[in-house]
Design a protein around this ligand. Structure first.
Ligand code: NI
Length: 136
């Protein structure tokens, strides 16, 4: 029997959709307003879900405090109020689309979790636009 426990989190960040190896014209043609050279911001929301067996002793899948602290150190402290392109190592050579951001977040959290726990991350770039990744 497996149960999923989820926690919501939030960060604000700026980005620009942009490939260094493309001209400004091509970046503008493909990414439109999202390629504005002066960057733009989003209020990102995320839902982090951990699935696993209930521990017989504690009754937990994972202590939510541990998950909360992990999200704070790996995601919020790393991304909040940052310019993703300029200040976040993972996006030095990776276009910070919602798709790429969710994979980066997943990988950062996954390596900190017990290997028998499954992870899914949903990332909302706007209220209506969101992506999810579970390592598949
Ligand atoms: Ni954007």
């Amino acid at each position: 029997m497996k149960v999923t426990i989820s926690r919501k989190a939030h960060f604000n960040a700026a980005h620009r959709l942009y490939r260094k190896d493309w001209s400004d014209e091509k970046n503008a043609a493909v990414f439109g307003k999202c390629s504005n050279p002066n960057f733009h911001g989003h209020n990102y929301d995320l839902i982090v879900s951990v699935t696993g067996e209930i521990d017989k002793e504690t009754g937990y899948v994972i202590d939510i405090k541990i998950l909360k602290d992990l999200i704070k150190s790996e995601v919020e402290d790393a991304f909040d109020h940052k310019n993703l392109n300029v200040e976040v190592e993972e996006f030095k050579d990776l276009n910070p689309t919602a798709e790429n951001i969710v994979v980066v977040i997943y990988n950062k959290l996954k390596r900190q979790l017990d290997s028998n726990l499954e992870l899914e991350v949903q990332l909302f770039e706007t209220e209506r636009n969101f992506v999810s990744y579970s390592g598949k």
